[in-house]
Design a protein around this ligand. Structure first.
Ligand SMILES: NC(=O)c1ccc[n+]([C@@H]2O[C@H](COP(=O)([O-])OP(=O)(O)OC[C@H]3O[C@@H](n4cnc5c(N)ncnc54)[C@H](OP(=O)(O)O)[C@@H]3O)[C@@H](O)[C@H]2O)c1
Length: 322
């Protein structure tokens, strides 16, 4: 089969489009004929080896140990391993493979059946591949940890990527006022997606609006915890899903102090992949969630797709179609 492989860390140029053996499903796994995949921050991290924590987590301190990147997958079950209970050959499935060895940038991939659910009637493979990872971050950040409720004033920082463009649609399930923060070139798109207000982060620091937000979802934490805290209303919540490691560490260490003494909760989301896929699927089936697709690239052009992702030129999700 054709796959995207790499043997050293570096820029997207280290990626190769190669012929490799088709994997065989182990017990509890299914072999998927991949129809579509999508680009995520994980993929950039696997290829560049940065931040360094990625090397620690994947056991590849000097050389990559994940042979084929690719987190989000959508495709058709081609074969099942022993003890697979939930799927049969021919089922259309989708899911996040970040706890299942990655590998979606290939014509076939094996995945633990627990990482997948069935695609509903009418869902395209492109949409299915766009939803799992970003959708889960948005859902768990806004709904589970954030406790989103009607009447709130919320803000999504880094709103123009996968998480923000799905998060706004989840926020719209409630009667809330939503502000989106991103670079100037994405603000029209954010307004079209339904953000009530938009801020260009190069023009304005949103944390200078004091005591303003009930809930902030941040995909790009790069300021001090005190700045985020001052933008929250009393009893407000700030949930970060990613950003600078030093900021994440600060929030982890000092968050409990801010909760106890200032009654403002500032927390880091630790993603539970695939946990809420059924909810996301239902939102899609009922027409309440439709991923924003940026561009669709063939498998051979993953290096170009990764370059576009690394430059943050994308609006919504970049798709790889087999
Ligand atoms: N918590 C977990 O367990 C976990 C697991 C996996 C991934 N993650 C994290 O989840 C996040 C995924 O988000 P995503 O897929 O939506 O990312 P994305 O598609 O890369 O979008 C991020 C957006 O933020 C904008 N941006 C860049 N710098 C900014 C700044 N200083 N202020 C405001 N906006 C800024 C970018 O646009 P411009 O560059 O044009 O400004 C881009 O539109 C990543 O941070 C990833 O590391 C977390």
């Amino acid at each position: 089969m054709k796959a995207i492989t790499y043997t050293q860390y570096g820029s997207p140029d280290v990626l190769e489009f190669q012929e490799v053996p088709v994997p065989q499903p182990k017990a509890g796994e299914v072999l998927i004929k991949v129809a579509a995949a999508s680009m995520n921050d994980w993929d950039l991290g696997l290829v560049t080896g940065k931040p360094y924590i990625i090397r620690v987590v994947t056991g590849g301190l000097r050389k990559p140990q994940v042979p084929i990147p690719g987190v989000d997958v959508a495709g058709v079950v081609e074969a099942v391993g022993e003890n697979v209970k939930r799927f049969e050959v021919g089922d259309a499935v989708f899911g996040d493979l970040s706890e299942s060895g990655f590998g979606a940038f290939a014509e076939y991939v094996c995945a633990d059946e627990k990482a997948l659910i069935n695609m509903p009637e009418g869902m395209s493979f492109e949409d299915a591949a766009a939803l799992p990872h970003a959708g889960m971050l948005a859902w768990q950040g806004l709904m589970e940890k954030g406790g989103l409720k009607s009447g709130q004033k919320i803000l999504i920082n880094g709103a123009g990527g996968g998480v923000g463009t799905q998060g706004i649609q989840m926020a719209r399930l409630y009667d809330v006022h939503v502000t989106g923060v991103d670079s100037a070139g994405k603000l029209d798109m954010l307004r079209e997606m339904g953000f009530d207000e938009v801020i260009d982060y190069r023009q304005k620091d949103f944390t200078t609006d004091l005591n303003t937000y009930d809930l902030i979802l941040d995909v790009k934490s790069n300021r001090s915890i005190a700045h985020y805290a001052r933008a929250l209303k009393p009893n407000g919540r700030y949930i970060t899903v990613g950003g600078a490691m030093s900021r994440i560490l600060q929030i982890t260490l000092l968050g409990p102090w801010f909760a106890q003494f200032l009654k403002k909760r500032l927390e880091v989301l630790s993603l539970q992949p695939n946990k809420n896929l059924a909810e996301i699927r239902e939102l899609y089936e009922t027409g309440k969630l439709k991923p924003l697709i940026d561009r669709v690239y063939p498998l051979s052009e993953v290096p170009m797709a990764l370059q576009r992702f690394a430059g943050a030129e994308h609006h919504g999700k970049i798709i790889i179609k087999m």
